[in-house]
Design a protein around this ligand. Structure first.
Ligand SMILES: [Ca+2]
Length: 381
């Protein structure tokens, strides 16, 4: 494996010496971060829903750690993703307001060190497969933010965004900078993303990889393939949920067939609470767009029994999307640069059962959240 610089080499050596007994292989674990869009706290079998059947996601929870008190970084898509990928409160990275619509000239500042960049610089193959929503001009695009490979939609498919694409035939589905389909069909996306994710895992099975899989579902407009239409007791929302579950099962099956399941950690989470108008039995108040619990408290699961993560645990620790950044770095044996101010805390000791709650931060956090600011991209020609 090619690694970038001496500090990384040293940290890698230390990691191998310390952790080879924990992991089944002498290489760092593969990391898969599955982000579902607008899935509410109740809306999986393992969180109480009776209107949908989600056996594959429930199995992840059963074999891993299910969090009862996990909070997204924000109650809406773009800030939530900015927090997730930088390990910072969205305000710190200049992305606290609303979402990036198609005419946005802003995005996630290219100077930010995303978790993908950190992993990429340390020998990981990296892919973003799904919805981006963090800027649509060259400095902000996924391949400028640490991802070797991109497949998906940069945008939402709701009318406030698609209106910008009316004269171009609709929102494009992209593979890197090539248009694969236009307009993108929401009913096809969950399968297409999963197919691409499996191809990526097959291609990079011989080196550590980081797969960020931010699904377009369950954001409006919902899309459900023929096979899943009418399959749940919760309309299109439930049908699309069951389709997501089915394809998560395919992904896990592929991990097993590639014999990567013992050396892979899978994180599953939602980017914010369910949208308004979905009135099944959620036990908390509010929905997406609000800072009531229903806007930000969402499902989250960490799975990695082959990598020393606990199995069959329900954790009541209060954790946040920003915590995945240092946790994934820690799993990979990578030091987060000492001069980088982040807000996330390393959860690994808790995931491995050494502590019941989140350990205190190992570094001095800057308590004043001062925005590092935005960059401006060029207008589309
Ligand atoms: Ca969302």
């Amino acid at each position: 494996m090619v690694r970038c610089a001496l500090p990384c080499l040293l940290s890698s050596c230390v990691w191998v010496l310390c952790c080879s007994a924990i992991w089944s292989d002498e290489r760092p674990p593969n990391l898969i971060l599955i982000l579902v869009d607008d899935q509410g706290y109740y809306d999986l079998g393992c969180y109480g829903a009776t209107e949908v059947r989600t056996p594959h996601i429930d199995a992840l929870a059963r074999q891993g750690i299910r969090f009862t008190d996990y909070y997204a970084a924000a109650p809406i898509c773009s800030p939530s993703r900015a927090g997730l990928l930088t390990g910072c409160y969205p305000r710190r990275v200049g992305n606290e307001s609303w979402v990036h619509r198609a005419d946005s000239r802003f995005g996630l500042h290219p100077d930010e060190l995303t978790i993908a960049e950190l992993l990429q610089q340390n020998g990981y193959a990296t892919a973003c497969i799904g919805k981006w929503h963090l800027g649509f001009h060259e400095p902000f695009l996924p391949r400028n933010q640490g991802f070797d490979h991109y497949f998906g939609l940069l945008h939402n498919l709701d009318p406030v965004e698609t209106v910008y694409f009316d004269e171009q035939g609709g929102v494009p589905l992209l593979r890197n900078d090539q248009v694969v389909a236009r307009p993108a069909d929401p009913a096809a996306l969950t399968k297409l993303y999963t197919d691409e994710a499996i191809r990526f895992m097959e291609e990079y099975q011989d080196q550590p990889f980081f797969l960020y899989l931010p699904h377009t579902m369950l954001h409006n407009p919902l899309g459900v393939s023929e096979e899943f239409r009418g399959s749940s007791d919760w309309g299109e929302y439930g049908d699309a949920t069951q389709e997501l579950d089915h394809h998560l099962g395919r992904l896990m099956q592929s991990l097993q067939e590639l014999q990567l399941d013992q050396n892979t950690v899978v994180i599953y989470a939602s980017d914010n609470g369910r949208g308004p108008g979905r009135n099944a039995g959620q036990p908390i108040q509010g929905h997406k767009l609000s800072t009531w619990e229903g806007g930000i408290r969402v499902p989250a699961i960490a799975w990695g029994p082959g990598c020393g993560l606990q199995s069959g645990i329900e954790s009541k620790a209060v954790i946040r999307a920003m915590d995945w950044y240092p946790t994934l770095a820690s799993l990979a044996g990578i030091e987060v640069p000492a001069d980088l101010v982040i807000d996330g805390r390393d959860l690994l000791p808790m995931l491995q059962g050494e502590t019941a709650f989140v350990p205190p931060p190992s570094r001095q956090l800057s308590l004043a959240i001062k925005s590092r600011g935005q960059a401006i991209g060029a207008r589309e020609k």
